[in-house]
Design a protein around this ligand. Sequence first.
Ligand code: AMP
Ligand code: MG
Length: 352
Amino acid sequence: MKQYLGYMLSGGLLITLVALAAIGVFHSDRLQSFTSRPVGIMGTDTALTVVVRAGETNIARSAMEAAENTLRETEARGSWRLGDSEISHLNAAPAAKVVPLSVETLAMLRLARDAADATGGAFDVTCRPLIELWKTSAQEGHPPTPQQRAAARVTSSWDQIILGPAGAEKTTDTACMDLGGIAKGFAADRAAEAMMQLGVSGGLIEIGGDIRCFGRHSGRQEGWRIGIRNPFDPNSPAMLATLKLAQGGICTSGNYFRFVEIQGRRYSHIIDPRPGDNCGATADAAPSVTVVAPDAATADIWATALSVLGPAGLKRLPAGVEAMIVTGGPTDHQQHSSEGFGKLLADENEGM
Ligand code: AMP
Ligand code: MG
C-alpha cells in the first residue's frame, strides 16, 4: 500500500553522506573513522568509510585497500565497457560457446535473472540492444520508433542465455547484457564483506550515490545518516529527506544527472524492457526513486525497477524492502512511499 508523505520536496537524485567528515579522520570515544575517495571506479565518485577502535590504523588501512580492490575487481569482470571483462566476452561470444565466468560474476547474473522474474520483467539486464539503440538514435538526432524498439528487444532476452555451474552460453549470437543497474550495489556489498572480514567495527561504501553500510559509526548518535537530494535541485544542501539506517543498502535511481537529450528533450537512461506498446521507451515518470534493503544489490535492482514500474510497483516490493518514489516535475511533484518507509526517516531534531 502506498502512502503519501506530506512534506514537500526540498532536496534529489543522489544520496549524500550527511554525518561523516569529508576526508581524513573523525574521532569519537574509542572509535576512529577514516574516509577515502578512490577515483576511476565505475565512472563515478566513490567514498569508503571505515570505523575501527582507536589505534587500529593498520586494520583501517587494510580494510580500505581490500574494499577498493574488490570494487575494481567487480568492475573489471562485469563491465561491458571494458573489452576484456567476462561480460564483454559473453556479449561477444557466438551462440553455443560456453564462456567461463567467475563465481562472483555468475552470482551477479543469477541475482539479475531472479530479479527479472521478481519485477515482472521491469528489471532486465538483457535489454542492452535497446540501450545501444537509444545511443545511436541520440547521435542521429531523433528518438527510435516503436518498430525499431521492438526489433531491438527480440535480439536479446533471458530465454537466449543459459547459466551453467561455471559459465554461460547463449542460444543466439545477439543476446547481450548491461549490468549497470545492479553492479554498483553488488560491488558495494562485496566491498562491505571484505571490510568485515578484516574485523572493522563498521563501514560505509558509496559508489555514485549507491550505498551499503554496516556496524558502528563514530558519531554520537545511533545509526548512519543518509540524506536524499532533491531531483529538481540536486546541488541544494537542503535534503528531500534524511534516513537513519543501522545497516543495509540504500540506492537511488534518477533521470536528473543521467539522461540522453534529443531535440532539446531529456530521456531517462532507464528503459522499459517489457513487451507491449511501451517496450523500449524510456522510464521518464519518476525523476527519483530511493530504495532501502538489507543489501545494496537488492536496493540497486529495485531502484531501477521502480523507475520503470512507478508507484504501482510498490506493492511488488519484497518483505524488508522499502522505497520512496518522486513523480511529476518541479512544480507538480509528489512522493509515494511504501508502508514502512516513514519509520526510516531520521528525527530532524536529533543531533548528528
Ligand atoms: P541505475 O542507475 O542503477 O538505475 O541503473 C541504470 C543503468 O542500468 C542504465 O544506465 C543501463 O545501463 C541499465 N538499465 C537501463 N534500464 C534497465 C532496466 N530496465 N533493467 C536493467 N538495467 C537497466
Ligand atoms: Mg539500479
